[in-house]
Design a protein around this ligand. Sequence first.
Ligand code: SD4
Length: 333
Amino acid sequence: MSTRRKFLFRSAAASVAALAGKNLFAANHSPVINDPIVISTWDFGKEANAEAWKTLGSGGSALDAVEAGVKIPEADPNNHTVGYGGMPDREGHVTLDACIMDEQYRCGSVMGLEHIVHPIAVARLVMEKTPHVVLIGDGALQFALANGFQKENLLTPESEKAWKEWLKESKYEPVMNIENAKNLPGGPYNHDTIGMLAMDAKGHLSGACTTSGMAFKMRGRVGDSPIIGAGLYVDNEVGAATSSGVGEEVIRIVGSHLVVELMRQGYNPKEACKAAVERLIKRNPEKAKTIQVGFLAINKKGQYGAYALQKGFTYSVKSNKEEKIYEAESKWK
Ligand code: SD4
């Protein structure tokens, strides 16, 4: 097509698109193929989704959206499982895990990061400013401070109180988000890690996952959440997945990667999450009865689904069509 004809064609298409309320020619001139959508783990994902939507709904990237979205629970002192106000380890230190992944397989992660309210932003900088994928502990903190992040005390009086209560018995029993376990020290455990997956108007997928990990964990313990492939995986050709629950079990089956690979084989998102949960049960049937693990996934068509071991795993969805909290189906009721 000549340059002039191309111009005329594009102008005509752009006018038709404008009439339809859509921008057919996005910045990279590829046609818009999807309505944006963001999904995230748990009920508190609703507020995080609303923040992500400010970016997604105005044509921004999925990567920017997920970072902005998960910053909401990270900064919320009333959320005791993510960021500021998160439960400390058994020695009283709040140590945070986070990772982020975009549509080009670029990814960044921080593990055991202390004193920084937004570990997800540090993970993104690891991805963008270093040749590495993961920074841990003191090195991650040093990197954050060198990049202008402020050192803060993340242990709120409420979390400190729960920790001191727990210290009385110091019973080290990793139990999380089994929704009826409200009487455990430091409980209730019904709001956990946020994993967020988004598709933008260009059809690009990105994801973020951030947590303070298991309450009163051993010092140095890292769960699935900041491990690419375990707590989060994004393959822009296929889909994306994230997890919440007892990270050790998710790591053993490289859960989020497994879910994405199952979608590649043709499973829909819910079937893929279910098959990953079944895999986990097969590995350790007795253990699987006593813990919670949930997976959440989206495919390239914008279809989403989830599945968990135990009842009570919820997830939040925001798109042009809906804003809703769903409860995932589960193996046990
Ligand atoms: C971890 N998976 O550290 C995280 C915690 C979590 O729901 O997701 N809880 O193992």
